[in-house]
Write a protein that binds this ligand. Structure first.
Ligand code: BG6
Length: 509
């Protein structure tokens, strides 16, 4: 495997949760597997006044709790922690960037990292235009000595207009090849496996189109509420938080054409083409194609849980959606008129992300005495998390007299592999950026196309109070009207369980 070039990872917003829970532990996992370059350092930046020692102590706790590879010795952990530095400065103050430049020069010389820097923006989005502009001002985006890469966390914009403005501003300071827009779903092993399942198997691809597929269902369910992120979530909601990015990305990977090559340009071209083919939903049609909901207080397994409006940082009359479901179409040759149903929500019965491909029924029901088999079309379930795997459902004869049919499962679980180390999404994505590979990062045009699709829905929800925000008791599968999106009587969403092979009302959650 290629080793990244020597470099410094500069994290803006280093005193925050993302750095503590995800970034520093993920880089530790890379270190543990010998995947970091020989000369490497992390420079954490933030306003909180921490020195190197306090920063290292805090990160040590984060690593112990969140790294996938738990440190097997104090010595190893300490040799990683020695690479961590902290510099306190006010990112909003342009005058302080020359101090940062001095600090970077000092570390660059000490570590011999040849001017190679990765900047990670783990700050509130209000800083996404300011920091790159100031780095550019100081000559810190210039690649004549060493690479300079910029990782931008989500949310990438608040709507189409702000995403366009952000893209434009970033592109005045950095080139597109230097910008890495992160969507941690692309870093998930099982999301990447979508490409392999589709394009390395002769059996699926010929069926992967409007002739054989009846509809596609994508679920991103969480069984937790907003916790202490109420303040952020109030301005976001499920549509901005999960659907505009993670779920549409899954739509892109399920629906894309085979790329000419597995590389950044070709894969990203195909994803962008899907987004450009999404049939626009006009503001006046929103009630017909999208449902929004909000969890209300309830009792789950004997435990009383709060409703969204009782959460910290949330307005008592909030209309922010914690559940959203959309019926969408992709207007191209492969998918014309095949409905895609996508839904995401907080405080649902279980945490599960999965894609269900519903194949069309046979043209003539020979065994139609068992009605349910005709309704339960063949399904291919691609489980992103948890119990990662793939499940095929098909009809089998019930042994004995006559021709009674029953639906059975054929399933593969990642956990059955002898080598099951699934790297964390951040680990994979950070390594890719270190190697200069942007395949699993979003390109600016695709992000804008995704916003263009969701903008009318968000506008309608904001401007038209007659579109209801349906309450759903925490711990249920969202508003029951979300079933109305699926017009056919005999079809519903799959109600998945923790275990891939189970579904329905009676299962372990
Ligand atoms: C984040 C959202 O992008 O994704 C969170 O901001 C959400 O609200 C999270 O909980 C879900 O990610 P995962 O990897 O747990 O499915």
């Amino acid at each position: 495997m290629n080793q990244p070039k020597n470099h410094i990872l500069v994290i803006f917003g280093a005193s925050g949760d993302l750095t503590y829970r995800k970034l520093v532990p993920a880089v530790f996992d890379l270190f543990d597997q010998g995947l970091l370059p020989e000369k490497f350092a992390i420079l954490g930046l933030g306003r909180t006044d921490l020195g190197d020692t306090a920063f290292r102590d805090k990160m040590k706790e984060g690593i112990k709790q969140f790294a996938l590879n738990k440190p097997d010795s104090e010595e190893k952990l300490n040799s990683y922690l020695e690479k961590l530095h902290y510099f306190s400065f006010d990112t909003k103050d342009p005058d302080e960037y020359c101090l940062l430049k001095g600090k970077l020069r000092e570390l660059d010389e000490a570590y011999e990292t040849e001017g190679n820097f990765i900047y990670y923006l783990a700050t509130p989005p209000s800083m996404y235009e300011i920091i790159p502009a100031q780095l550019d001002e100081q000559g810190l985006s210039d690649e004549s000595t060493g690479f300079k890469r910029l990782i931008v966390e989500k949310p990438f914009g608040y709507d189409l207009k702000t995403a366009q403005k952000l893209n434009k501003s970033l592109l005045t300071n950095f080139k597109e090849e230097q910008i890495y827009r992160i969507d941690h779903y692309l870093g998930k092993e099982t999301v990447q496996n979508l490409l392999v399942t589709r394009f390395s198997n002769g059996i699926f691809e010929p069926l992967w189109n409007r002739n054989y597929i009846h509809h596609v269902e994508i679920t991103g369910a969480e069984n937790i509420g907003v916790g202490n992120r109420g303040g952020y979530y109030e301005g976001s909601g499920a549509m901005r938080d999960m659907i505009q990015n993670h779920l549409l990305l899954l739509v892109g990977l399920v629906a894309m054409e085979p790329p000419a090559l597995i590389d950044s340009t070709n894969i990203r071209n195909e994803i962008a083409k899907v987004f450009h083919s999404l049939r626009p939903i006009q503001e006046k049609e929103v009630a017909q194609y999208a449902i929004r909901g909000q969890y209300i207080a309830s009792n789950i397994k004997g435990k009383q849980v709060k409703g969204y409006r009782e959460e910290e940082g949330v307005a008592t009359d909030s209309r922010t959606e914690t559940f959203a479901a959309i019926k969408l179409f992709i207007d191209n040759w492969r998918w014309a008129d095949v409905p895609f149903y996508i839904r995401s929500g907080k405080m649902l019965p279980t945490r599960v992300t999965e894609i269900v491909i519903h194949f069309k029924a046979t043209p003539h029901h020979l065994f139609a005495d068992d009605e349910s088999i005709c309704k339960n079309y063949n399904q291919l379930v691609i489980r992103i998390q948890p119990d990662e795997g793939v499940l095929m459902k098909f009809g089998m004869k019930v042994p004995g007299a006559g021709f009674k049919v029953q639906n059975v499962n054929m399933d593969f679980h990642y956990s059955d592999l002898s080598e099951t180390y699934l790297p964390s999404a951040y680990e994979r994505l950070l390594l890719d950026c270190m190697l200069g590979d942007s395949t699993l990062y979003h390109r600016g045009d695709a992000v804008e196309a995704a916003w263009k699709f969701v903008d009318p829905i968000l506008n309608a929800w904001k401007n038209d109070n007659s579109i209801p925000v349906h309450g759903y008791p925490a711990g249920t599968w969202g508003p029951d009207v979300s079933d109305d999106l699926i017009e056919q009587d005999d079809i519903t969403w799959r109600y998945p369980c923790k275990n891939l092979a189970n579904d329905g009302n009676y299962c372990e959650l």
